[in-house]
Design a protein around this ligand. Structure first.
Ligand code: PXP
Length: 243
């Protein structure tokens, strides 16, 4: 299972004081050194953390691949076509939200999602759609021509009790299996941390996790390299593979 390290919150810390440090680029390179399989960054419309120059700098320097998360807007489409990341993950975006709340609604904007997907794919960029574990959205993701989905694990991570967490987990597992049967590559992410990641890793239909906030938070205490090593160790153990 692959680990995408989301470095957005290195930029959050930098921007809090408008200093040049800590550098998202340095974080990306260190993440690769310590086992990140890809680097994920979200260029939000309000540029609250990652800035445009960060995306270009990271894309030019990394040796794994860049997964650029972005909203479904003409500006972001232009950005992606300039940056040429290996992957674009299309996410819904609301200005006032603390973080990405809920998955993309493909069903009600199928033509628009299909048109963006086609333009990105024509430029050689693989398109992933960040969606809730919902069978209609999964079918719609397939219908618009995406090859990858990322299942939103936020409802699982934030479940207030064990019963609801178990329900959410089951929903994610069923969704991952359905998507996999349709031939989609299945990724997952949001709200994952060392305490809740294991049951998600055990869903074999999931190919890649994208994790940000908890890894950057843990790196305050352990250092980024050790935080990534710790997460990868948990992931490898959960799949019963030698580390
Ligand atoms: N995947 C997607 C599509 C996201 O939008 C985010 C948050 O930016 C993440 C994964 C990572 O979430 P977290 O920071 O909670 O690990």
């Amino acid at each position: 299972m692959l680990l995408g390290v989301n470095i957005d919150h290195v930029a959050t810390l930098r921007n809090a004081r408008q200093t040049p440090y800590p550098s998202p680029l340095q974080a990306a390179l260190m993440a690769e050194t310590y086992g990140a399989d890809l680097i994920t960054m979200h260029l939000r419309e309000d540029r609250r953390h990652i800035h445009d120059h960060d995306v270009f700098a990271v894309k030019a320097a990394i040796s794994t691949r860049l997964n650029l998360e972005m909203a479904l807007t003409p500006e972001m489409l232009d950005n992606a076509l300039q940056v040429q990341p290996a992957d674009v993950c299309i996410v819904p975006e609301k200005r006032q939200e603390l973080t990405t709340e809920g998955g993309l609604d493909i069903l009600h904007q199928q033509d628009k999602v299909a048109a963006y997907t086609e333009k990105l794919q024509a430029a050689g960029i693989r398109v992933s759609l960040f969606i809730d574990a919902d069978n209609q959205q999964i079918q719609a993701a397939h219908d618009v021509g995406a090859s990858v989905i990322e299942l939103h694990t936020g409802a699982y991570a934030d479940a207030p009790n064990k019963t609801m967490r178990t329900q959410e987990l089951l929903r994610i597992e069923e969704a991952a299996n359905q998507a996999s049967e349709l031939g989609l590559i299945v990724n997952a992410g949001h709200g994952l941390n060392i305490h809740n990641v294991t049951p998600i890793v055990k869903i074999l239909a999931i190919n890649e996790l994208n994790i940000g906030h908890a890894l950057i938070a843990q790196s305050v205490f352990l250092g980024l390299g050790e935080a990534i090593r710790q997460m990868k160790d948990i992931m490898f153990r959960a799949r019963s593979l030698p580390y």
